[in-house]
Design a protein around this ligand. Structure first.
Ligand code: NAD
Length: 509
């Protein structure tokens, strides 16, 4: 059996092999031998197979993770754990080239954009390694009579379920804080992009992570994912994915009363006022929607443009979008690669058809680019005159499709921005200081940027409102999520207590 870590790493080489589970420090197949095919998005040919985990495999992983909690991992000081996390970061960066090739091959991400992923993933580990050594436990004095002190404990076995867009980065965004908090984990990577997670076992081993602390079960969501959600010994699920899946997971985990963090879909507004720096706003809008193949949860996929500059912005967007280079992910000048999977490709093309049928004005793109007859390629697409009643205004397309809508006043802009079920991110472009802050405060979104695209600061709360999520991760929010705080009260004086059964309701002491 060939393991993912032994797949050839040179660009253009034949990636063939088997992506195994990683349970209790061992690369293993599913107990029943189930597998699924892994497709190359630029050809839709299967180039690898992965183990398809079932309930028995998830159970094996959870058992190992529970045992590891009671093992050396549970006894490490935060400094020792943080050193291991730092070594994981180094091990990731050592594999930056290989990781970029895996990610590009597996997800269709242009190789130039995949190259940044190792650095971001390593930064996730370094950041939470730093944070973990600064975590403190509060103490409270109640008058002179009592003190209370907090015991912060890892919540236990963390169940991590991740999507296929920037898979390695998002897996590490959950692994790093969970491990920093002292949890052990079972990760279920997305079935459309399992390849890069196949590097995690050797990274963990090189860094000295004890067996059983990091477990990976590959598989289909409805099988491996559902089994993790339903496992009674997993008290926490951190999920990133579609809103409909998030709702299902919340329902399925309700019987176990699990702690949940839900990072869900988005349809984020990018609001451009007519006093904005249009050069910067257009650069940002074009980058936001067409980078990462448009498969970015925080993309400003609805551009709301003030009437005075609407036609000029449309013209400039059309020129830029028409020039976006769609091509093979491995080509260094490709800006927009292949969408992840033929099903997703069909879904994005379907939305484009719906937009046309609904009467939106197709400015540019809308189909398969010339010269790329196979694979999941879509032209950079811009719709103008998109109305709030249209499905392409309301629903997440998750592809390279920008919907542009005009507005007149600040109130109109805010009303349009808030007129969808989602509330993940928002972008405001204006040079009017007051308006910038007032609009940012009025838009229902978890994360707002003024005159910028989504530059992240890992200390800040990450998450959405409305249908875009529940809970916050990032910085201390993540540590709070992966730990439980217990309070111990200590009396420093005699405690007055009513003497029930001793003939008096009054406190005697
Ligand atoms: P998805 O919901 O289809 O799948 C996500 C994960 O859930 C996969 O690992 C899948 O196998 C698993 N899953 C599916 N059904 C399950 C079930 N019944 N029980 C347990 N697990 C199950 O999402 P996707 O298509 O992989 O990802 C794209 C979506 O993710 C988009 O909506 C995007 O906006 C969202 N996303 C959100 C963020 C964020 O931070 N808010 C970040 C990235 C992506």
């Amino acid at each position: 059996m060939t393991l993912a870590s032994s797949l050839p790493g040179t660009a253009g080489s034949a990636f063939t092999g088997f992506i195994a589970h990683y349970i209790d420090g061992q690369r293993v197949a599913s107990r029943g031998g189930e597998t699924f095919d892994v497709l190359d998005p630029s050809t839709n040919q299967a180039y690898a197979q992965a183990a398809a985990g079932q309930a028995a495999d998830v159970d094996r992983a959870v058992t190992a993770a529970r045992a590891a909690l009671a093992g050396p991992w549970g006894r490490l000081s935060t400094r020792e754990r943080s050193r291991i996390l730092m070594r994981i970061a180094d091990a990731i960066e050592e594999r930056a080239g290989l990781l970029a090739e895996y990610e590009s091959r597996d997800t269709g991400l242009p190789i130039t954009q995949a190259r940044g992923q190792a650095h971001r993933a390593a930064e996730n580990f370094r950041f939470f390694a730093d944070i973990s050594v600064g975590v403190h436990e509060d103490a409270f004095r109640t008058g002179g009579t009592q003190i209370g002190y907090v015991l912060r404990r890892p919540i236990g076995v963390a169940g991590l379920i991740t999507p296929w867009n920037t898979p390695f980065m998002l897996e590490t965004w959950k692994l790093a804080p969970a491990l920093a908090a002292g949890c052990t984990v079972v990760l279920k990577p997305a079935e459309w992009s399992p390849l890069s997670a196949g590097l995690l076992p050797e990274i963990a081993e090189q860094a000295g992570v004890p067996a059983g602390v990091l477990n990976i079960v590959h598989g289909i969501g409805e099988e491996a994912g559902a089994a993790l959600v339903d496992h009674p010994d997993v008290p926490l699920i951190s999920f990133t994915g579609e809103t409909t899946t998030g709702k299902l997971i919340a329902r399925n985990s309700a019987g176990h009363l699990k702690a949940l963090s839900m990072e869900l879909g988005g349809k984020s507004p990018c609001i451009v006022f007519d006093d904005a720096d249009l050069d910067a706003a257009i650069d940002s809008a074009v980058f936001q929607i067409f980078s990462l193949n448009g498969e970015r949860c925080t993309a400003g996929s609805r551009m709301l443009v003030q009437r005075g500059v609407y036609e000029e912005v449309l013209h400039r967007l059309a020129v830029r979008a028409a020039a976006v280079r769609v091509g093979r992910p491995s080509e260094p000048d490709t800006e927009l690669g292949a969408l992840i999977h033929p099903e997703h490709h069909a879904r994005v093309l379907d939305y484009i058809r719906i937009g046309v049928e609904e009467g939106a004005r197709l400015l540019v793109g809308g189909g398969r680019p010339a010269g790329l007859p196979t694979g999941n390629f879509v032209e950079a697409t811009v719709f103008a005159d998109v109305r709030p009643s249209m499905r392409i205004f309301q629903e997440e397309i998750f592809g390279p499709v920008l919907c542009v809508t005009p507005f007149d006043t600040e109130q109109d802009a805010v009303a349009l921005a808030n007129a969808t079920p989602y509330g993940l991110a928002g972008y405001v472009w204006t040079n009017d200081l007051r308006r910038a802050h007032n609009v940012a405060a009025a838009v229902d979104a978890g994360m707002l940027w003024i005159n910028s695209h989504n530059i992240r600061d890992l200390r800040t709360p990450f998450g959405g409102v409305k249908a875009s999520g529940v809970g916050r991760e990032g910085g201390s929010h993540s540590i709070d999520f992966y730990t439980e705080s217990r309070i111990v009260h200590v009396s420093l004086a005699d405690v007055p207590v009513p003497r029930f059964g001793a003939g008096g309701y009054e406190a005697t002491r």
